[in-house]
Ligand binder design. Structure first.
Ligand SMILES: *[C@@H]1O[C@H](CO)[C@@H](O)[C@H](O)[C@H]1NC(C)=O
Ligand SMILES: *[C@@H]1O[C@H](CO)[C@@H](O)[C@H](O)[C@H]1NC(C)=O
Ligand SMILES: *[C@@H]1O[C@H](CO)[C@@H](O)[C@H](O)[C@H]1NC(C)=O
Ligand SMILES: *[C@@H]1O[C@H](CO)[C@@H](O)[C@H](O)[C@H]1NC(C)=O
Ligand SMILES: *[C@@H]1O[C@H](CO)[C@@H](O)[C@H](O)[C@H]1NC(C)=O
Ligand SMILES: *[C@@H]1O[C@H](CO)[C@@H](O)[C@H](O)[C@H]1NC(C)=O
Ligand SMILES: *[C@@H]1O[C@H](CO)[C@@H](O)[C@H](O)[C@H]1NC(C)=O
Ligand SMILES: *[C@@H]1O[C@H](CO)[C@@H](O)[C@H](O)[C@H]1NC(C)=O
Length: 730
């Protein structure tokens, strides 16, 4: 009975709402000069929870109470150069609208036909650099989309555009930015100026910042470290003005730069607001410390109030009918209710996501994939199909966009959980080495995810072409192999350290590394990934998830996934890349690739492990040795001996020497603190023999009952002593 009552209350509320809408219609319209409401957005500082409202794109991060538009990792200079990033408010703003004929002020010749909003914004910045000259700069930006900095937008492009787009002209660059430029490019006046950038990094107007050394290091009264900028935009007068002062000082009376600007000519009606920055061969830290934005907001569709009232009334009746129908339908079927609950939970999860991905109908995805015709790959979760979706280009035209559609096989609780986790995690991760998620569909037991299509397929197809019926695919070149190792490392470093909270991928392997059009590698399939709460360093599983050959021994024993277990899988991948062989060799005498490579190392013949498909002249022996040693170090049986991802990146960038690896593979120690020991190969040999096919498909923890076989056959005492974790569950 209570439910009926709440439905009636709901209906009355909707009716009241409709009546209020109708009443407002009685007020006279005041035409084009009517002031708009001002909306205020304020960030006094920034922290990770702001990711609910801010989209972090490219190489940006939120750290130390500031937006780090480009990376802020200290001491590793090679990670700071040639980067670009941006942070935008995740929702769009309507910046202008065309006026109808009645609204255009009559009698006034040449009255504007477009209403443009006004806004004022203030932010403080800290542009830090050391030792070498700074580069390149940061910008306040009004951007056409949340796509983020285009590829190659480092250096002078400030994360706004790139060489291709810049050459294509303003139509390809629907942005407006105010740049604070710290590097003198050929088209710049100097290395310390502010500029108005209209669809180009060649500024329309610039002004010298000689009075404000925004890159200064010292923090004395004369030479402060942090500066505040005010940008006022008057939409009616179509004018922009920029003011700068040392942080803590009042807004100056005169603008350092002022210029005419009609936003309606240069940015789409709906656009995104935030910041972008880049580093080049020189680096700097581009930090935004605080930010306020006051912006006029158009009311919703004022001229149609009667219609709104009518529609509201109709909708409220409709909603009531639907609610009643749903109420009875829900009573009809328990199963249905369960589905609705999980859908509501999913909807709730998804609605909290920043820059929520698109929801697709099942029908549209069936059509897009031509009734699930072309298979791209498959795994334990289901099948991936190729498809084509219509997408809207910046200029509003419809273009075809190639996508990969992942269809989950079942919709049991475990699958739904994997699905929700994957949407939740991958949607937040934005990095050039991670496959971007476009959208999802969850209808009638069908779980589908839509990804950007990666034209060059997965790494295993290139590395092990023999398994695809001896395709004539030319082997991957040495340079691309090295690049792929670096790309995967950079993606993994991102999820381990740069994205907070920490994410463990848990299924790093060749078939989950995808190659985009430029054979840059991206990490895909986050179906097994887990977020680790900030006070923990590992994720406890009831079973073992992952793929044979990539599973670290301490994980198969203790069921505790950690960064080091991902590093172990990364090591197996690196060895595969260099040797062109699978992590599981299917060779009775030596079932594991890592053992084979380690033996070669012991004999001082490491280089002999390099893929025969690469002629001796076609690879760099120093780099190959470096990668093999790195692969071995990551494959060390004992987690503490494996390098961390920051160390891996240093080794790959050659900022650090290759790791020192003992000539004989160390013995696996379990439990980690000491006690009884047995050899890793005892365990792994059992796993590979029970895996049988070694087909490389992933196991989902617990749904695969055979994980029990991971117990070592030779454990000296009762297994109780050795598996304290088994009973504790999740
Ligand atoms: C935003 O701030 C302005 C001035 O501080 C104020 O007049 C206005 O009411 C605020 N708007 C909202 C929605 O709070
Ligand atoms: C201008 O608008 C007023 C009402 O706002 C109307 O009475 C008048 O006829 C209009 N003039 C012309 C020339 O359209
Ligand atoms: C911006 O600031 C000016 C001057 O302080 C003020 O007149 C105007 O109302 C402000 N506009 C907005 C949108 O806050
Ligand atoms: C610039 O960006 C576009 C679109 O993101 C991309 O297609 C193009 O390859 C990029 N150009 C360079 C030089 O990276
Ligand atoms: C900046 O570079 C331009 C062109 O390369 C040059 O003409 C100008 O003198 C430089 N300015 C400064 C301050 O170095
Ligand atoms: C200023 O911007 C306009 C509009 O994009 C462009 O056509 C013009 O060439 C620019 N002027 C300069 C000096 O860059
Ligand atoms: C800015 O830096 C230059 C050189 O580093 C110095 O000569 C100048 O005095 C500084 N100006 C201010 C306002 O600190
Ligand atoms: C500048 O901002 C940083 C925060 O990034 C802060 O630690 C530092 O104290 C500030 N410097 C001054 C002079 O206010």
């Amino acid at each position: 009975m209570a439910r009926y009552a709440s439905l009636v209350v709901c209906f009355l509320c909707l009716c009241a709402g409709a009546a209020v809408c109708g009443a407002r219609e009685l007020q006279p319209m005041r035409g084009v000069e009517e002031p708009l409401e001002v909306e205020n957005i304020t960030y006094l500082t920034f922290d990770r929870s702001d990711e609910a409202t801010l989209a972090r794109l490219g190489d940006s991060g939120i750290n130390g109470g500031a937006l780090q538009l480009t990376p802020d990792t200290h001491n590793i200079e090679s990670f700071l150069v040639h980067k670009s990033g941006s942070v935008l408010l995740a929702r769009p703003f309507k910046l202008w609208r065309a006026l109808s004929d009645d609204e255009i002020a009559n009698g006034t010749a040449g009255a504007p036909r477009v209403r443009v909003v006004s806004f004022n914004t203030t932010f403080s910045m800290n542009v830090f650099h050391k030792d070498a000259p700074p580069g390149e700069g940061l910008a306040f930006v009004i951007a056409p989309s949340l796509d983020g900095p285009p590829q190659g937008s480092f250096g002078g492009f400030l994360g706004l555009t790139n060489a291709t787009l810049q050459a294509a002209g303003p139509a390809a660059n629907r942005f407006v930015a105010v740049e604070f430029d710290t590097f003198n490019q050929s088209y710049d006046p100097n290395d310390n100026h502010v500029g108005l950038d209209i669809g180009s990094v060649v500024s329309n107007v610039t002004a010298d910042l000689a009075d404000f050394n925004i890159t200064s290091i010292a923090s004395t009264e004369e030479s402060p470290a942090n500066y505040t900028a005010w940008i006022d935009y008057d939409g009616a007068a179509r004018r922009i003005a920029v003011y700068v002062a040392a942080q803590g000082r009042p807004k100056p009376a005169t603008a350092v730069l002022a210029a005419p600007l009609d936003l309606s000519e240069h940015v789409p009606e709906q656009a995104y607001i935030g910041f972008a920055a880049s580093t080049g061969a020189n680096w700097e830290l581009n930090c935004i410390l605080d930010w306020t934005l006051s912006i006029e907001a158009f009311p919703e569709e004022k001229e149609r109030r009667w219609w709104i009232a009518l529609v509201a009334a109709v909708v409220s009746v409709g909603v009531l009918a639907v609610a009643v129908a749903a109420f009875f339908l829900a009573r009809l079927s328990r199963a249905r209710r369960a589905e609705e609950r999980s859908q509501a939970r999913l909807g709730h999860t998804l609605s909290r996501l920043p820059g929520m991905p698109r929801e697709f109908t099942y029908e549209s995805l069936r059509k897009a994939t031509d009734n699930f015709k072309e298979r791209l790959g498959e795994g334990g979760y289901g099948v991936v199909y190729k498809g084509t979706l219509p997408a809207e280009a910046d200029d509003g035209r419809l273009v075809a966009m190639e996508v990969a559609v992942k269809k989950f096989i079942r919709d049991d609780a475990r699958c739904v959980e994997d699905f929700v986790k994957e949407v939740d995690i991958i949607n937040r991760l934005r990095h050039k080495n991670i496959v971007p998620l476009i959208g999802w569909c969850y209808k009638k037991g069908q779980l589908l995810l839509v990804y950007e299509y990666m034209p060059n397929g997965s790494l295993d197809q290139h590395l092990f072409p023999r398994s695809l019926g001896d395709q004539l695919a030319s082997p991957l070149t040495w340079a691309s192999r090295y690049g792929i190792a670096a790309d995967v490392a950079s993606g993994l470093h991102y999820v381990h350290y740069e994205y907070g909270p920490m994410v463990l991928h848990r299924d790093i392997k060749a078939s989950n590394v995808l190659l985009d059009g430029a054979t840059a590698a991206r990490l895909g399939d986050f179906g097994l990934a887990r977020v680790v709460e900030s006070d923990k360093t590992s994720y406890m599983d009831a079973g073992v998830a992952g793929t044979h050959g990539y599973i670290a021994p301490e994980y198969s024993m203790g069921h505790r996934a950690s960064r080091q277990t991902d590093v172990f899988a990364y090591g197996a991948l690196v060895l595969e890349l260099v040797t062109g062989r699978r992590a599981l060799l299917r060779d009775a005498g030596c079932p594991l690739l890592v053992d084979f490579v380690w033996r070669m190392h012991g004999r001082g013949a490491l280089i002999g492990a390099v893929d025969q498909a690469l002629g001796t002249a076609e690879f760099d022996a120093d780099e190959a040795t470096r990668l093999l040693l790195l692969g071995l170090a990551c494959s060390s049986p004992n987690p503490a001996d494996r390098p961390t991802m920051p160390e891996v990146l240093q080794i790959l960038s050659k900022a650090a020497p290759p790791p020192e690896v003992p000539l004989i593979k160390p013995t696996f120690v379990w439990p980690p603190g000491g006690g009884a020991q047995f050899s890793l190969s005892d365990i792994e040999m059992t796993t590979s023999s029970y895996a049988g096919t070694g087909d490389g498909s992933s196991m989902r923890a617990t749904q695969d009952t055979s994980y029990d076989s991971f117990r070592p056959p030779t454990a000296p005492n009762s297994s109780q002593d050795y598996f304290p974790a088994l009973s504790s569950g999740r």
